[in-house]
Design a binder for this molecule. Sequence first.
Ligand SMILES: Nc1ncnc2c1ncn2[C@@H]1O[C@H](COP(=O)(O)OP(=O)(O)O)[C@@H](O)[C@H]1O
Ligand SMILES: Cc1cn([C@H]2C[C@H](O)[C@@H](COP(=O)(O)O)O2)c(=O)[nH]c1=O
Ligand SMILES: [Zn+2]
Length: 280
Amino acid sequence: MRSISAMRSLLCASSHTFLRSSGSTLRTPFFSLPFRPDLSCSKLGPARFVSAAAAKARIGGGGPVMDVRAAQSGEIHVIVGPMFAGKTTALLRRVHAEAGTGRTVALVKSDKDNRYGLDSVVTHDGTKMPCWALPELSSFQDKLGTEAYNKVDVIGIDEAQFFGDLHDFCCKAADRDGKIVVVAGLDGDYKRNKFGSVLDIIPLADSVTKLTARCELCGRRAFFTLRKTQETRTELIGGADVYMPVCRQHYSDGQIVIEAARIVMDREIHSDPRCEVSHC
Ligand SMILES: Nc1ncnc2c1ncn2[C@@H]1O[C@H](COP(=O)(O)OP(=O)(O)O)[C@@H](O)[C@H]1O
Ligand SMILES: Cc1cn([C@H]2C[C@H](O)[C@@H](COP(=O)(O)O)O2)c(=O)[nH]c1=O
Ligand SMILES: [Zn+2]
């Protein structure tokens, strides 16, 4: 019993220290948002709203001004699904809604995704929002500078499957720094194997949303991404030219067709007199 109450006092003491340790009031958005997405049908539900006044009251308002963001505990929300499921759309809606409540937001994507340039996160239907394109998440704080990083309340991460340090970053940002982290990425690759570290952050998450697309072949719900080419490396940047969303049945059928095409192509290559493979 004594050890439980000792632990409670220790936890209380450390949370007070945390509250007092940092700066100023709720801030305006990190950047202004150049687009107006339709927020009415967000699949993530309403963004958590905490007005500056309400938040101050929650931490004993009326006293000295305290850092509203640091006073809140962090959160991690994960959005997964196949390509074309609306993951980026949901991420942008969420980040936009958070900015609308007066929170300071910042958006990050992997610099491997150069499909539409590096300065914006862009959905497949063209909605965009400025972002930081980074090789790894550990460079985020340095890139912003510590002062700007401390002011950020909400961090949106797109193309999360490409960040090797996703788990470490999310832990620190939410647990240590009190940030709301919204992560969008592919849970599985074209082979339906887990992709990068996206699944590793599920145990850290407050919420997990798995979105579905429409099967390009039959219009039913699509849970998987079919790669239409013969490329076998896991990471291959592309859009509708290379990938399509498919239902379970058309994923299996598609794999058979692609494998058959690969065999035919191999035969053609090896029957060519210029082929130098020894068994030909
Ligand atoms: N098979 C498809 N090919 C091209 N675009 C599609 C296809 N299916 C849906 N889309 C478009 O993609 C949008 C979703 O884009 P986005 O949010 O970028 O998805 P995700 O991030 O999950 O890949 C949909 O609203 C729709 O307009
Ligand atoms: C399935 C699969 C996808 N990729 C790449 C292709 C795109 O550049 C991104 C996913 O983008 P989206 O925003 O989810 O549409 O990932 C890959 O490299 N390997 C794969 O197996
Ligand atoms: Zn189908």
